[in-house]
Design a protein around this ligand. Structure first.
Ligand code: GCU
Length: 714
């Protein structure tokens, strides 16, 4: 009796109550009542409880609160199935009933799951099972998603396993709370109050990550601070690890290469120096005493002023392998970033990562991954894929995407990034091996790597809505879903997210998904069409500044990238120019080297083209450029109309913020268009095509604008 009473209390406590009235805090984990649920007597009449581990206890909490909320009444929580429609979760180890079923769990690996309609003792039941507790957790979130999106089939037979092993968020968060390139407020990690105060938000962060399969979090900025490796901060990181662990999210840190000097008082950080190696070994052993399942290090070295092995005439492999050797006994890994470009180099910046890393192929230790940004330069609205993908088959290459929108208008511009991620993942590297897409390089499937991974630079901050805007939550969501399975379409992900986050009303879903799907291309059009790149304002990257050409390092200047002159515009990277095209496989190189075969949306990335060059539309390049700028602004106008038509289909709070942000986006799209056209016209000296309005202000006006306090600065 006492036992039953306890379970009733548990069930009541698990009924979902939104944390706040629709301010975005709940992300896509919304469990408000769905009239269509439960669809039949076969589903979710009772939850067979298991709290055999902290992870299974979390599964139980999520399912009870989720399903109770979705059904509009608490779901009975029981210890044994007692009637048709029981929902069971766990592993063969946690549940004798699950162990007794043949579910084919050998197919799903350590993190995958099976969701299956079964018959238990003659009664219909549903089982969510993994080989590990975390597998069951991922399965539970999948089940909830099916209910949330009204996709729950009568007869379930779902098998899923992640395609990449490491699915990580990279937080560019500093210990003082500032988030580099963060547009959602201060860091969510309150280092000052840790380890004693564990903000409940950490648990919600972990839930959100687990719901999309993210299994690791690099807590600190790549521009690293050695202080994060001191005992006081390790204790704080350990406290966070304790919160994230039940949700399958491992903690990682960034390692500042000069830490042996800064913290250890050594005279050098030379990776071949025995004293330095001993220091790192002791430090890493110490970290594992605080965090027994510590994931490992992410390292930015010899890039943008960060210290690294080249300071001692050593190479990236020397540096990575030193750390890898000390991490290996603990099963830790090193993610060594390929985002490098040197102030001394005269080489085209787009070529530098390939030039530095290719010679190191085959020289990295087994527990090292090289983490490569999707494009060769830096998270632009559009870039070709990095030529490193496909070029280093002996080295596991981890993908680095940027979820935060440093170069796509910050949080106020609506840009759904899954199409950008998808474009990079689907790109064919053209290597001789079959099916050699970037996705299959990254998953390790192409070259049979056991280690594989995808990292996303997080867009998360302390703002109530986590991401600075409601629609930016979709980018966090989409990153996780693509890291789990790079073949899911961006459109399907958008639809799922819209249904979970806003509404299942088809009159809402269809136009809003369409708006999201076109949104990234709109940004490309009004900022950097036809393969242009890096025209953003200096330092903060807010707004247009294509005229800047006086910064000390050439590749910091927008003029370095667009190279507009009286004859034309674009960076010649074919054989007659920097020959960056030569870094791709012969098949891809042949296309990129020839302006006639280069896709028009990358034309100016690879070629310097005459203003009068005939485009496939029949227009001249100049007219085409202006047309794209106009089109970009037009698309944002259309996005506003689409959204305004949704009034009444969304709660007032979120509706109003999206409306206001779209108005900002339209204003800024116009500013981008006008400023770029004013500037490029001062060089092309061509008239605007018929019907295209002159910029609202003079070029001098746009040049005079200053934004010393734009957010997210490095
Ligand atoms: C960009 C960004 C920096 C960041 C760097 C990196 O350059 O502007 O803030 O540190 O990327 O990825 O390391």
């Amino acid at each position: 009796m006492k036992h039953r009473a306890l379970l009733a209390v548990l069930a009541a406590a698990f009924v979902y109550l939104p944390a706040h009235a629709e301010d975005g805090y709940d992300l896509w984990l919304r469990y408000g009542q769905q009239s269509s649920y439960p669809p039949s007597a076969e589903h979710s009449r009772e939850l067979v409880h298991s709290d055999a581990s902290p992870t299974l206890a979390a599964v139980g909490r999520e399912l009870a609160s989720g399903l109770g909320g979705l059904a509009g009444a608490p779901i009975p929580v029981v210890r044994e199935p007692s009637r048709p429609g029981a929902l069971l979760y766990g592993t063969p180890r946690s549940s004798a009933l699950i162990a007794g079923l043949s579910l084919g769990l050998e197919r799903v690996g350590p993190e995958g799951y099976v969701i299956r309609s079964v018959t238990l003792g003659g009664k219909a039941a549903t089982v969510i099972a993994g080989n590990t507790d975390v597998g069951a957790l991922y399965g539970a979130f999948h089940y909830l998603r099916l209910v949330q999106t009204r996709a729950l089939a009568q007869n379930l037979d779902i098998v899923s396993r992640p395609r990449t092993r490491l699915r990580l968020l990279n937080h560019w968060d500093n210990l003082d709370g500032h988030v580099e390139r963060g547009y959602a407020g201060q860091s969510i990690w309150d280092w000052h109050k840790l380890p004693d105060w564990l903000d409940p938000r950490y648990t919600d962060y972990a839930r959100a990550c687990a719901s999309i399969g993210i299994n690791g979090s690099v807590l600190t900025n790549v521009n690293a601070n050695a202080t994060s490796l001191t005992p006081a901060y390790l204790e704080k990181a350990a406290a966070l690890a304790g919160v994230l662990r039940p949700y399958g999210v491992r903690v990682y840190l960034t390692a500042r290469f000069s830490a042996p000097i800064e913290l250890g008082g050594l005279k050098t950080a030379d990776p071949l120096d025995p004293g330095v190696r001993a220091w790192w070994k002791a430090k890493i052993d110490e970290i594992y005493r605080y965090i027994p399942d510590f994931g490992g290090f992410l390292v930015k070295a010899n890039s943008e002023g960060q210290p690294g092995p080249q300071d001692y005439q050593r190479n990236h492999a020397d540096g990575a392998n030193m750390l890898a050797e000390a991490l290996a006994p603990h099963d830790g890994i090193v993610m060594w970033r390929a985002f490098v470009y040197a102030s001394s180099a005269t080489e085209d910046r787009a070529k530098q990562a390939h030039a530095e890393f290719l010679p190191l192929e085959g020289r990295f230790a087994k527990n090292v991954l090289v983490q490569v940004k999707n494009g060769p330069i830096d998270f632009q609205p559009r870039e070709p894929f990095s030529p490193l993908f496909g070029a280093m088959p002996k080295t596991p290459l981890m993908m680095e995407f940027q979820i935060t929108k440093e170069y796509l208008g910050f949080a106020t511009h609506l840009a759904y990034l899954a199409p950008l991620f998808e474009e990079a993942l689907d790109a064919d590297t053209g290597s001789a091996r079959k099916g050699s897409t970037v996705a299959r390089v990254v998953t390790g499937e192409l070259d049979q790597h056991e280690l594989s991974g995808m990292a996303g630079v997080a867009n998360i901050g302390a703002d109530r809505n986590w991401s600075g805007s409601h629609f930016d939550q979709a980018n966090w969501y989409a990153f996780g879903r693509l890291a789990w399975d790079p073949d899911v379409s961006s459109q399907a992900i958008a639809e799922e997210w819209v249904r979970m986050t806003f509404s299942n009303d088809p009159a809402f879903v269809q136009p809003v998904v369409e708006m999201m799907m076109g949104s990234r291309e709109a940004v490309v059009d009004y900022m950097t069409p036809l393969g242009l790149a890096h025209l953003m304002g200096t330092g903060h990257h807010y707004g247009p500044a294509p005229w800047v050409s006086d910064l000390s390092r050439p590749e910091w200047n927008p003029a370095y990238y667009h190279r507009a002159d009286a004859n034309g515009i674009g960076f010649e990277r074919g054989p007659k120019g920097s020959n960056a095209t030569g870094q791709y496989s012969p098949r891809v190189a042949a296309a990129f080297a020839d302006p006639k075969k280069t896709p028009e949306n990358l034309l100016l990335w690879f070629h310097h083209v005459s203003w009068d060059h005939k485009m496939s539309s029949g227009r001249t390049l100049w007219d085409e450029l202006v047309t794209h700028y106009d089109r970009g602004v037009g698309k944002v106008r259309q996005m506003r109309l689409t959204w305004e038509a949704q009034s009444g289909r969304v709660d007032a709070g979120r509706f109003a913020q999206v409306s206001a942000f779209l108005a900002i986006q339209e204003k800024e799209a116009q500013w981008w268009r006008d400023a770029c056209i004013a500037y490029f016209q001062s060089i092309s000296k061509r008239p605007l095509p018929v019907g295209s309005a002159p910029p609202a202000h003079s070029l001098d006006y746009y040049k005079s604008l200053k934004f010393p306090y734009a957010p997210g600065r490095g």
